[in-house]
Write a protein that binds this ligand. Structure first.
Ligand code: GAR
Length: 220
């Protein structure tokens, strides 16, 4: 059998979607796959514990040292420098494991070309889970935004997608999307639960489709 497809997962939080990937590895849902590392930008991300429990190597890559090196002042805003330096190091960190695909599973940073370009040069695609349909809501807090629109009577449905990551936030080509109704929801927490329930299936499906596309292209 061919070597397993090497996956790196980037997280920031609970990691329930990471868990869905871990559970699916080497099943029919994600055949012959291996998570080679989980990287978090937050030290206390519970997803790091999930990875450790599954004996997957982890790395905390925090932004604080970069913010200290490029202090932000209103006269001289340097957050872009900090971001570029952080992203360039993240790319090297990721590539050191020779992954074939990167999955952002609740990774809450906007990535710049300093991250995207080295991965593109190495032919490693980056995919992201986003809790909205393509072109609908963008950025952080989309579940809350959908909830507020639902409460205001402005929407009855929302959705989620897996998409390729490009510099334009949440606008990369969708791989797979799922729309669902918001009927019967009484609280934001209930919407979050519904979103997560759909996400745990879709992230696995999207990862499988992206890996199949790689194999078709002869890259994995
Ligand atoms: C998920 O709901 C995911 O869609 C969202 O973060 C959550 C992570 O949950 N991502 C974004 O909003 C990205 N823009 P998890 O840590 O339990 O997997």
């Amino acid at each position: 059998m061919a070597d397993p497809t090497r996956i790196t997962v980037l997280i920031s939080g609970s990691g329930s979607n990471l868990q869905a990937i871990i559970n699916a590895c080497n099943t029919a849902a994600l055949p012959n796959t291996k998570v080679v590392r989980v990287i978090s930008d937050r030290k206390d991300a519970y997803g790091l514990k999930r990875a450790e429990a599954a004996e997957i190597p982890t790395k905390y890559h925090g932004v604080l040292p970069y913010k200290k090196k490029y202090p932000d002042t209103s006269e001289n805003p340097q957050w872009q420098e900090a971001r570029r330096a952080y992203d360039a190091d993240l790319a090297q960190l990721v590539l050191a494991d020779n992954p074939e695909i990167i999955v952002c599973a609740g990774f809450m940073r906007i990535v710049s070309t300093a991250f995207l370009d080295p991965l593109k040069s190495s032919n490693v695609p980056i995919i992201n889970l986003h809790p909205s349909l393509h072109g609908d809501l963008v950025g952080a807090n989309c579940i809350k935004m959908a909830w507020e629109e639902f409460q205001a009577g402005k929407r009855t449905k929302t959705g989620i997608m897996i998409h390729y990551v490009i510099a334009e936030v949440d606008m990369g080509e969708p791989i797979v999307q799922e729309e669902f109704g918001m009927d019967g929801l009484k609280t934001l927490g209930e919407l979050e639960e519904r979103v997560h329930m759909h996400e745990h299936g879709l992230i696995v499906r999207g990862t499988k489709i992206a890996i199949e596309a790689l194999k078709k292209d002869g890259k994995a």
